[in-house]
Design a protein around this ligand. Structure first.
Ligand code: 3PG
Length: 213
């Protein structure tokens, strides 16, 4: 898959909902219930981070939930890319972007939302053909004012800011011309996931899905 095709797919996914839940899931046994709560609440695009031993099983379980589009986050190595693809991930997300990870996603036909934090990193990805990128870590890196500043010299690149994004600041990001959607873990807090509060998570998702953009 070319970088241009990957960016087209990433844009399509980013436009499905204003928020992509960033999920750290320990228990694959409840993964489908979590995915259903988020999808029912209006957030169909789900990023399962490869940060738990069960993450690949979680991707498999969530991929069976109707209406969801499940991807793998925290892709760091070609082995991560291959495992994510084999588990059924429909897209990938990486915190940064190395040639190694870009090559692996292109070779494995996995659309990637690659991370960038500086103008130089954004330009390097743009040179390669990636026009849709993750701005990470968004808040620690200057937040919405920093992202807005990138829009003047680099209007052709659009972003999913992630990292420190919450219901309180998501609207500011979403009002920027270069923001397609935001990513965040606040819609699936670990206390609610651990206690199985699916109604509570559905309510958080519904609230997030109504954010204007
Ligand atoms: C992450 O990599 O954990 C994501 O950026 C989510 O960040 P958040 O927990 O601050 O939403």
């Amino acid at each position: 898959m070319t970088p241009e095709a990957a960016s087209m797919k990433a844009e399509e996914l980013c436009l499905l909902a204003p928020v992509i839940p960033v999920l750290v899931v320990k228990d694959a046994g409840t993964a489908a219930l979590l995915a259903r709560a988020l999808v029912t609440g209006g957030l169909p695009v789900l990023e399962v981070t490869l940060r738990t031993p069960s993450a690949l099983d979680v991707i498999r379980e969530m991929s069976g939930v109707a209406g969801g589009v499940v991807g793998a986050g925290t892709l760091l190595t070609p082995a991560d890319v291959e495992a994510a693809k084999a588990a059924g991930a429909q897209f990938g997300v990486s915190p940064g972007a190395t040639d190694t990870i870009l090559d692996a996603c292109e070779a494995n036909d996995l659309p990637l939302l690659p991370g960038a934090a500086t103008a130089t990193e954004v330009m390097r990805l743009l040179e390669r053909g990636y026009t849709v990128q993750k701005f990470f870590p968004a808040e620690a890196n200057g937040g919405a004012p920093a992202l807005k500043s990138l829009a003047s010299p680099l209007p052709q690149v659009r972003f999913c800011p992630t990292g420190g994004v919450s219901l309180a600041n998501a609207g500011t990001y979403l009002s920027l011309p270069n923001t397609l959607c935001v990513g965040g873990s606040w819609v699936a807090p670990s206390d609610k996931v651990d206690s199985g509060d699916w109604a509570g998570i559905e309510a958080l998702a519904r609230e997030a899905s109504k954010l204007p953009r």
